[in-house]
Write a protein that binds this ligand. Structure first.
Ligand code: THU
Length: 137
């Protein structure tokens, strides 16, 4: 499916969705609240936030929470990520961690990744964030 680049209005709407859901984060240990919003090529937006745990390693990042919600919502075969926005409530823009980069890559290496904080907005593709991402084909 061919898509025009996301308009600035669409980007702002996706970033707003990410900003809104960051308020739902469960981050009592780090105090670092992250929201993510996935826009699928079908046009649906799915959101996720980070959820921490007293057993720290069980924490899930906002990006993977949003992507897993998309898969649960419409079935993996129907999920191709057009763009994902990541918003942190404070501090530097949260460039997705390595694990999240690989999961974004799985659902479209050419997905646009936007990450924003009060310090600014960055934008690049999943492939740029994860050169030589892992694949089985
Ligand atoms: N976190 C995310 O949600 N996304 C990222 O891309 C990086 C880190 C979360 C995990 C943890 O709850 C907190 O930020 C601090 O690492």
């Amino acid at each position: 499916m061919f898509h025009q680049p996301l308009t600035d209005t669409d980007q702002q709407a996706l970033l707003r969705a990410a900003r809104d859901v960051a308020g739902n984060a469960h981050a009592p240990y780090s105090g670092f609240h992250v929201g993510a919003a996935v826009l699928t090529e079908g046009g649906t937006v799915y959101r996720g936030c980070n959820v921490e745990n007293a057993s720290y390693g069980l924490t899930i990042c906002a990006e993977r929470a949003a992507i897993f919600s998309a898969v649960a919502g419409k079935g993996a075969a129907n999920v191709r990520i057009r763009a994902i926005a990541v918003q942190t409530a404070s501090g530097v823009p949260a460039s997705p961690c390595g694990a999240c980069r690989q999961v974004i890559y799985e659902f479209n290496p050419d997905a646009l990744v936007l990450f924003q904080s009060e310090d600014g907005l960055e934008s690049m593709t999943a492939r740029e964030l994860l050169p030589h991402g892992f694949g089985l084909d």
